[in-house]
Every structure is written in structure tokens, then in C-alpha cells.
Design a protein around this ligand. Structure first.
Ligand SMILES: *[C@@H]1O[C@H](CO)[C@@H](O)[C@H](O)[C@H]1NC(C)=O
Ligand SMILES: *[C@@H]1O[C@H](CO)[C@@H](O)[C@H](O)[C@H]1NC(C)=O
Ligand SMILES: *[C@@H]1O[C@H](CO)[C@@H](O)[C@H](O)[C@H]1NC(C)=O
Ligand SMILES: *[C@@H]1O[C@H](CO)[C@@H](O)[C@H](O)[C@H]1NC(C)=O
Ligand SMILES: *[C@@H]1O[C@H](CO)[C@@H](O)[C@H](O)[C@H]1NC(C)=O
Ligand SMILES: *[C@@H]1O[C@H](CO)[C@@H](O)[C@H](O)[C@H]1NC(C)=O
Ligand SMILES: *[C@@H]1O[C@H](CO)[C@@H](O)[C@H](O)[C@H]1NC(C)=O
Ligand SMILES: *[C@@H]1O[C@H](CO)[C@@H](O)[C@H](O)[C@H]1NC(C)=O
Length: 522
């Protein structure tokens, strides 16, 4: 009995061993889902067709013709989290050409053989996010067409020639160690799959250590092969050189935030005639050269917040006739003259919070920018009196303050901090200094009273107006009711008359045409 048991056990163990750590679950007689866990060095020689592979912590460092899953016939090959290191030539030779996805996130991939993916015709995604790729062979993606290629979170430093021959819509190179992008890096990349006339193509180079962009690195002279969105945020760029984007006329979104940009030339953005959004948030810009934005006639959103801007003048924004949103918050303007905004005829949203100003001609701004719906004024050096006045002006146009800060522990109006009186000097003051000063003051309700129109008078006016409106509406209501009743009675009579019902009822009606009145007798 015991012997039989041991024999059975050994048999079972042998069977189990031959499949190593993989398990098949049947879909039908010929196809299976293969689930592999820990420790598999290669895939089992299954006789059935594998439609789907689930790899939970597999351990397959080398993918080549021998180790690869032979009878795979799914459209997504998912080997995330599987300690893959090397993808050799011909590894996926047996796979069908209509593969859609190759997923290799979170592996240790450091080598991919040239043209590994070039035989697949309708690829949607090749994903190597969070691997160990430091260097790629020159021809690795030559002939590859894919909607999405994700190489983010790797160790790439040099992308010269590695992307040649690639056709792609979304190319993600973010979070690598790219320092230098040679001018011709993207010359042989096609940012279009040719499936539709215009496609939304994205190149993400954020979170690298790029210091310099050579002019014309991103040149895309044809609409059918153009980068539509370019992201270079979180790099170390200090300068946007003259004519950098001269040959990038189809770019629509340019993201340059969180760099060290301090130097701009008059021609830095020349040629960006279709740009809709420009994000320069969190840089070191102090001065904007004259006519910097002259070519950007389609620009709708401009973010200049968190820079060191000290001055803008009436030519700064010239050309931006379609600008809808301007964010200048967190700068060092000190003075703000609405003349500077005159070119922005279509402005809808303006953020000038924390720009260290203490006066503003709100009336003129509201007059010249009648489309304005959002105006953010927080964290400047306002007196409470000024704020009260501005609140009234803004309430007439929109619902009071937009996105007010939440400073409820100092003198404030709806959360926007203000001082009781004007301070002696505002030079060198930061908002934090201002805040500390007003934190010392006691809160005084009288400081909010606007002398131009004493509050009592306003209230009197308001109450008077309310009384007039009230009595007017009562009179109108009575007149309307009388008219309505008359109409109803008339129509009933007309009806009755028309169908000769009048005489058949037990009531008699007299209708006096001259006096236009009705009498009902029982
Ligand atoms: C694989 O084994 C490691 C330890 O060797 C363990 O931490 C991990 O959870 C295992 N994974 C699975 C899916 O069982
Ligand atoms: C699978 O079959 C091939 C021959 O077709 C053989 O070389 C290989 O060792 C087999 N692998 C396993 C894990 O049995
Ligand atoms: C790929 O496999 C991982 C498990 O390793 C899983 O978390 C992920 O959802 C799978 N992705 C797809 C698209 O099936
Ligand atoms: C692509 O297909 C061609 C012809 O069908 C073949 O010769 C070549 O080896 C394939 N390449 C890869 C990388 O599978
Ligand atoms: C690129 O990948 C990162 C993660 O590595 C992701 O956060 C980012 O959104 C991706 N970029 C695009 C444009 O999808
Ligand atoms: C980058 O790679 C290219 C081709 O692979 C090579 O010619 C060039 O010398 C490399 N540049 C650096 C700085 O390593
Ligand atoms: C891609 O490979 C072909 C040969 O298969 C070669 O003629 C061509 O020059 C390569 N293209 C690039 C951009 O390297
Ligand atoms: C302006 O930019 C700041 C960040 O710099 C952001 O917090 C704020 O919400 C933006 N304002 C608007 C109106 O979007």
C-alpha cells in the first residue's frame, strides 16, 4: 500500500517537474491559458496553443528561439515582472504578425536585438518601462511600427541613432539619464502611423538631465510627420536658443516647465505658428524679450507662473490675439499696468496672485477684457478697503473672487489677506513678510469700509430698491391674474356659443358685447 503511494507521489512529482512552475488551464481542447509562477527558467513544451500567458514573478532571464513559449498565439505577450534580461534575435519569430502588445514592464532588460519588433504590422504597444536599458543598438527599432513605445524609467544616456527607422505616435523617454540629444536624433523617426490624416503624436523627454536643445532637433516639416505634443519638463535646460523651433510649425503643445530657463531670445519661439499651449511654469525667467510671442497667434494658454519676472511692458504680449488663459502668478512684478494686457483681446482667465503688487486698475481691466471670467488676485499687498472695492466690481461681472486663498486667520475678505492701512513701503517685501506684518494687526471691521460710498447709504439704496421692486411685482401680478381670468371666461363663452350649449344648460348667460362683462345667474 505504502509502496503504491510512494510510486504515485513520484509520478505526480515528475509530471509536475516537467511543467516546472507553469500551469495550464483549458479554454477548449486545443487552447489554454498558461500561468507561470516563481522560478521558471524556460517555458514548458506544451502541445496545446497558448492564447494567454500569465507570468507571476517568472524568472526567465533570456528570451530566445529556444526558451520562448513555442505555441503562443495570443495578441498580447505580457512578461511584466519576470526578471527578463536579454531579448535575443528571433525570439518572437514564431509569433503571429498581428500581435498587438509586448509588455515588459519592471524587468531587468538591458539588451534588445535589432529589428526584434519589425515584422509586426499593427502593434499598439511596446512597453519597457522600468527596466535597465542603458544603451540600445543602432538598428533596434528600424522598421518597427507601433502606436506606443514606452522606454521610460530606464538608464538611457545616448539616444543617437537608436530610434532610426521607427514609426510611432507616443514615444516615452521620460525618467532616463539623457543629457545630450544630438540634432539628428529624431530625423529618421516618423511620428505618424499613416492610419489617419492627422494623428496626435507625443514625445515625452521629461525628467532627464538635458541641458541644451540644439536648434532644429525637433524639426518636423510635414503635417503628416509631426510632433504634436513635446514635453521637456524637469530637465536642466537654461536657454532656449534663437530659432530652436523654427522648423516645428505643427507643434501644438510645448511643455518646458521645471527647468532652469533664464535666457530667451527674441526668436526662441519663432515658427511655432500652430502652438496652442506653452508651459513655462517654474523656471528662472526674469525678462521677456520684445516680440518673443509674435509668431504665436494661435496660442490659447500661456503659463509663466513661478518665475522671476520683474517687468512686463505693453509689447510683451503682442501677437497673442487668441490667448484665453494667462497665468503669471508667483512672480516679482511689483507694478502692474493694464496697458500691458491690451494685446490680449480674448482673455478669459488671468491669474496674478502673488506678484507683489499693491495697486491695480481693475475698472480698466474689466472694461478692456469683457470676456474675462476668471481673475485671481490672491496674495498681493492689498488694503482691506481696496479689496472691498474690488469685490464689488468683480461681483458685478462674476461671482466675487475666483479661487481665493484661505487666509482666515488674518484680516481678510473671503480668505484674501489684506492690511488695515497702506504700508509705508512695499519694496523688497514678499508675501510672507506682508502676511507676518498683518498677522500682528488686530482685525478691524471698519478697515473694510469703502469711503467712496458709505455703507449706510448703500444699504438704504438697496432697501429702497427692494421695496420698489416688491410693490411693482405685486401690481404686475394682479394685472396678469385679471387678464388671465377674463381670457378664460371669454374662451368658455365662445365655446358654449359655438356649440349652442348655452341654451341647454340650466344656467343662463348674458353676454353684453358693449360692456364686455359677464353675468352668471343660477
Ligand atoms: C516568488 O518568490 C519570492 C521569494 O523567492 C517571493 O518574495 C515572491 O512573493 C514569490 N512570488 C510569487 C508570485 O509567488
Ligand atoms: C522542448 O523541446 C525541444 C525540442 O523540440 C527540446 O530541445 C527542449 O529541451 C524541450 N524543453 C523542455 C523544457 O522540455
Ligand atoms: C501583465 O501582467 C501583470 C502581472 O505580471 C499584470 O499585473 C498586468 O495587468 C498585465 N497586463 C496586461 C495588459 O494584461
Ligand atoms: C521577419 O520576416 C522575414 C521574412 O518573413 C524573416 O526572414 C525575418 O527573419 C523576420 N525577422 C524577425 C526579426 O523575426
Ligand atoms: C511616460 O511615462 C511616465 C512613467 O514612466 C508617465 O508618468 C508619463 O505620463 C508618460 N508620458 C506620457 C506622455 O504618457
Ligand atoms: C552615442 O551613440 C552613438 C552610436 O551608438 C556613438 O556614435 C556616439 O559616440 C555615442 N555618444 C556618446 C557621447 O557616447
Ligand atoms: C533600416 O534597415 C534597412 C535594411 O533592413 C537599411 O537599408 C536602412 O538603412 C535602415 N534604416 C535606418 C534608418 O537605419
Ligand atoms: C497658475 O499656476 C499656479 C501654479 O504655478 C497654479 O497653482 C494655479 O492654479 C494656476 N492658476 C490657474 C487659474 O489655473
Amino acid at each position: 500500500m505504502f509502496k503504491v503511494f510512494v510510486l504515485l507521489c513520484t509520478c505526480w512529482c515528475l509530471i509536475k517537474l516537467s511543467f516546472e512552475h507553469c500551469e495550464e488551464s483549458n479554454i477548449n481542447f486545443v487552447s489554454v491559458i498558461l500561468t507561470c509562477v516563481n522560478g521558471t527558467q524556460s517555458f514548458p513544451n506544451t502541445t496545446k496553443t497558448v492564447l494567454m500567458l500569465r507570468c507571476l514573478d517568472c524568472n526567465i532571464p533570456l528570451l530566445d528561439e529556444k526558451t520562448i513559449l513555442k505555441k503562443f498565439d495570443g495578441d498580447a505577450f505580457n512578461m511584466s515582472n519576470s526578471h527578463v534580461q536579454v531579448i535575443s534575435a528571433g525570439a518572437f519569430k514564431q509569433f503571429r504578425r498581428s500581435m498587438r502588445r509586448f509588455l515588459f514592464q519592471n524587468n531587468e532588460v538591458n539588451y534588445i536585438a535589432p529589428k526584434t519588433f519589425s515584422n509586426f504590422t499593427i502593434l499598439e504597444e511596446i512597453n519597457f518601462r522600468n527596466c535597465r536599458i542603458a544603451q540600445l543598438e543602432p538598428d533596434v527599432f528600424n522598421g518597427t511600427t507601433t502606436t506606443h513605445l514606452d522606454l521610460s524609467q530606464n538608464l538611457l544616456t545616448n539616444i543617437s541613432k537608436t530610434l532610426d527607422g521607427l514609426k510611432v505616435l507616443m514615444l516615452n523617454l521620460s525618467s532616463n539619464r539623457i543629457k545630450n540629444i544630438p540634432e539628428d536624433s529624431f530625423d529618421k523617426v516618423t511620428f505618424n502611423l499613416g492610419r489617419f490624416y492627422t494623428e496626435f503624436s507625443v514625445l515625452d523627454l521629461s525628467n532627464n538631465v538635458i541641458q541644451r536643445i540644439y536648434p532644429n532637433t525637433f524639426k518636423t516639416p510635414e503635417r503628416t510627420n509631426s510632433i504634436v505634443m513635446l514635453t521637456l519638463s524637469k530637465n536642466l535646460i537654461t536657454t532656449i536658443e534663437s530659432k530652436t523651433f523654427l522648423k516645428t510649425p505643427f507643434l501644438r503643445i510645448l511643455v518646458l516647465n521645471q527647468n532652469l530657463i533664464s535666457q530667451l531670445a527674441t526668436d526662441s519661439f519663432k515658427g511655432l505658428t500652430n502652438l496652442v499651449s506653452l508651459d513655462l511654469q517654474r523656471n528662472h525667467i526674469q525678462k521677456i524679450p520684445t516680440s518673443l510671442f509674435a509668431d504665436l497667434q494661435k496660442l490659447e494658454f500661456l503659463d509663466l507662473s513661478q518665475n522671476y519676472l520683474t517687468a512686463i511692458d505693453s509689447t510683451t504680449f503682442s501677437g497673442l490675439i487668441n490667448l484665453k488663459g494667462l497665468n503669471m502668478s508667483h512672480n516679482n512684478l511689483k507694478t502692474f499696468d493694464d496697458v500691458q494686457l491690451f494685446p490680449l483681446v480674448g482673455l478669459i482667465s488671468l491669474d496674478i496672485s502673488d506678484v507683489r503688487i499693491h495697486t491695480i486698475n481693475l475698472k480698466s481691466i474689466l472694461q478692456h477684457h469683457w470676456r474675462l471670467k476668471i481673475l485671481v488676485l490672491n496674495d498681493n499687498f492689498w488694503t482691506c478697503k481696496q479689496l472691498t472695492k474690488m469685490y464689488k466690481q468683480l461681483s458685478r461681472q462674476f461671482n466675487g473672487f475666483n479661487f481665493p486663498a484661505q487666509h482666515f486667520d488674518v484680516s481678510n475678505l473671503h480668505g484674501i489677506a489684506c492690511s488695515k492701512d497702506e504700508l509705508k513701503s512695499y519694496d523688497t517685501l514678499t508675501f510672507d513678510d506682508f502676511y507676518n506684518i498683518i498677522a500682528q494687526e488686530s482685525i478691524d471691521p471698519n478697515s473694510f469700509i469703502d469711503d467712496d460710498l458709505p455703507i449706510n447709504k448703500i444699504m438704504e439704496n438697496v432697501i429702497k430698491n427692494i421695496a420698489i421692486v416688491k410693490s411693482m411685482s405685486i401690481i404686475i401680478a394682479i394685472v396678469l391674474i385679471v387678464l388671465f381670468l377674463q381670457f378664460i371666461v371669454r374662451s368658455i363663452l365662445m365655446c358654449l356659443k359655438q356649440y349652442n350649449i348655452v341654451n341647454k344648460t340650466k344656467f343662463s348667460f348674458f353676454y353684453n358685447q358693449d360692456q364686455d362683462t359677464v353675468k352668471v345667474l343660477p
